[in-house]
Design a protein around this ligand. Structure first.
Ligand code: G3H
Ligand code: 13P
Ligand code: ZN
Length: 307
């Protein structure tokens, strides 16, 4: 069943858990997410980035997601991830395929981010589509050269409250030290929980944690064993994500961990079964590993049985 982001996040807020948002670029990843949602009786957010749209097509991805959502009783949000291109976000709203969009104006000056987000919200809300917005630069804490730079880049709690009041967005992506991709930290995962707590206290809408992949040790081990060079990859620990959820994060974005699982599954299979050329056989273990990752995330987020 297709639902809006507001619908699943309002329920998550009441239950104090978070819903996983997983990036899809192809059929197998979508199947893995849907199978995990079914096994864990959990709502899921299926999201497509601009890159995914470039790769597979908006209409094609929407068709896959809509059919999958139609076939399940579990709530499924079909969400546009990191819409930086204003016109593309408008297109996603106007063609009616998405039940939720993210407008990512985080690289714009504050006033311009407010102005453009407000416009998107006005059009989206007329069509009952939710809007996630972003304030602050989602970059790892170690990427900042000084405390001053860090404070200037991470989400400012007072500004976040003002941003939400002015834009009427339905969810806010915050920058508290996570970063996209497989290389988030040099040492232990370090997030600015004090900042997150203050944002949660001041902001009335559910918060979103981007760059939340954990680079699971078991998956990394398979990847590495079968030739993938990712020895210094490091993600956000499960305990850090759980703490963020305790503090008010209600949507947790995961892409990298699915990429790693896909990669691990394919590398292992091709090495062990060099005689196989059927893509359906080759992709099967990759799909199963992705499903395991999604199930683990659903458990970690406290989302089991919430649908
Ligand atoms: O936030 C970024 C997601 O991991 C999507 O990545 O733009 O390469 O599809 P992508
Ligand atoms: P990861 O790279 O940590 O999976 O983050 C994904 C994300 O934030 C998508 O918007
Ligand atoms: Zn992101």
């Amino acid at each position: 069943m297709l639902v809006t982001l507001t619908h699943v996040l309002a329920k998550a807020d009441r239950g104090r858990y978070a819903v996983g948002a997983f990036n899809v670029n192809n059929l197998e990843t979508l199947q893995a997410i849907m199978d995990a949602s079914e096994s864990e009786r959990a709502p899921v957010i299926v999201q497509t980035s601009e890159g995914a749209i470039e790769y597979a097509g908006m209409e094609e991805l929407a068709a896959l997601a809509h059919i999958a959502a139609k076939k399940t009783k579990r709530p499924v949000v079909f969400h546009l991830d990191h819409g930086k291109n204003f016109d593309l976000v408008m297109e996603a709203i106007q063609n009616g395929w998405y039940t939720s969009v993210m407008f990512d104006g985080s690289s714009l000056p504050f006033k311009e981010n407010v102005r453009q987000t407000k416009k998107i919200v006005a059009v989206a809300h007329k069509r009952r589509i939710s809007v996630e917005a972003e304030l602050g630069a989602i970059a790892g804490i170690e990427d900042f050269v000084s405390v001053e730079e860090r404070d200037a880049q991470l989400t400012d709690p007072k500004q976040a409250a003002q941003f939400v009041r002015q834009t009427h967005c339905d969810a806010l992506a915050v920058a508290v030290g996570t970063k996209h991709g497989a290389y988030k930290f040099k040492g232990e995962s370090r997030l600015d929980f004090g900042r997150l707590k203050e944002i949660a206290e001041r902001v009335s809408v559910p918060l979103v944690l981007h760059g939340a992949s954990g680079v699971p040790a078991n998956i990394k081990k398979i990847c590495t064993k079968y030739g993938c060079e990712i020895s210094s990859a490091k993600g956000v620990s499960d305990s850090a994500v759980r703490k963020a959820v305790m503090l008010g994060v209600r949507k947790v974005n995961v892409d990298t961990d699915l990429r790693l699982a896909f990669d691990a599954g394919i590398r292992k299979f091709l090495k062990e079964r060099p005689e196989v050329i059927d893509p359906r056989e080759i992709l099967k273990p990759a799909k199963e590993l992705m499903m395991k990752v999604v199930r683990q995330k659903i458990k970690m987020l406290g989302c089991v049985g919430k649908a």
